[in-house]
Ligand binder design. Structure first.
Ligand code: AMP
Length: 248
């Protein structure tokens, strides 16, 4: 069974985001980028399935600028077999990403697609769900455990207040949550080997998908600054303040 893993190049999670002064978006000049953290978990899970003999090949796909090649290489450095790079400098919204992925699924015929539950730049949490809908496949979102059985996959999902396990008939779509696994680090020899792995260069037009945005961002703003706190002298004083504030 082939596993397809879509991976997105995003602003690194350690970077303190700055909003452009005109509010038109986030300032990405001279900022570190890396693979979306949930996608690292997806790649790790696919590799573990291959190591366990449940998957035969792990194929990565990224839709993004020329630099997104680095994202594919970092996934291949931890064990993915090859990549597909759909090149574009435009911002591609989840529906267009899902449409491109659906076309790639038709060509590659994977048994499982594992995506991140959300990209930490747009926080959409939509692509996996839209892809499953376009394909008419079952979906197991927010996975904290994935177990392949004969012709199906058991996915334990992190839902409000607990865990839910669903069985999906394969092929299926899974999206990863934080606790699914801890991704490994790439070794230097594997980073070098990854540079030679095969990457197919494509464009959205190759798949006949119109990526024109359907959403207009009206404004991007920093969260309001937090007010300074105060120090209280004693527990009775604290209780009094909480009572006056209506907290107690
Ligand atoms: P989102 O719906 O934007 O929050 O993204 C959810 C998941 O879809 C991500 O974690 C990726 O696995 C995948 N995805 C979103 N955008 C892209 C992209 N441009 N290239 C590859 N995968 C993507």
């Amino acid at each position: 069974m082939k596993v397809l893993v879509p991976v997105k190049r995003v602003v690194d999670y350690n970077v303190k985001i700055r909003v452009k002064p005109d509010g038109s978006g986030v300032d990405v000049a001279n900022v570190k980028f890396s693979m979306n953290p949930f996608d690292e978990i997806a790649v790790e899970e696919a590799i573990r399935l291959k190591e366990a003999g449940k998957a035969t090949e792990v194929v990565l796909v990224t839709i993004g600028p020329a630099k997104a090649d680095e994202t594919l290489r970092s996934g291949m450095a931890i064990g993915a077999d090859r990549g597909i790079h759909v090149k574009t400098d435009e911002l591609v919204e989840p529906l267009a990403v899902a449409k491109i992925l659906a076309k790639i699924v038709a060509e590659e015929a994977p048994g499982l697609v594992i995506l991140g539950k959300q990209a930490i730049d747009d926080d959409s949490n939509q692509t996996g769900q839209m892809l499953a809908a376009l394909l008419g496949w079952g979906q197991g979102t927010f996975a904290s455990k994935v177990e392949i059985t004969e012709g199906s996959v058991d996915v334990t999902r992190e839902v409000d207040g607990g865990l839910q396990t669903v069985t999906l008939k394969l092929p299926a779509v899974v999206t990863t949550d934080l606790r699914l696994n801890e991704p490994r680090y790439a070794s230097l020899p594997n980073i070098i080997k990854a540079k030679k792995k095969e990457v197919a260069a494509k464009t959205p037009a190759d798949y006949g998908v119109d990526i024109t945005p359907r959403l207009e961002v009206l404004k991007t703003a920093e969260p309001p600054a937090r007010k300074a706190g105060i120090k209280v002298g004693s527990v009775p004083e604290l209780l009094e303040k909480l009572k006056t504030a209506g907290v107690l």
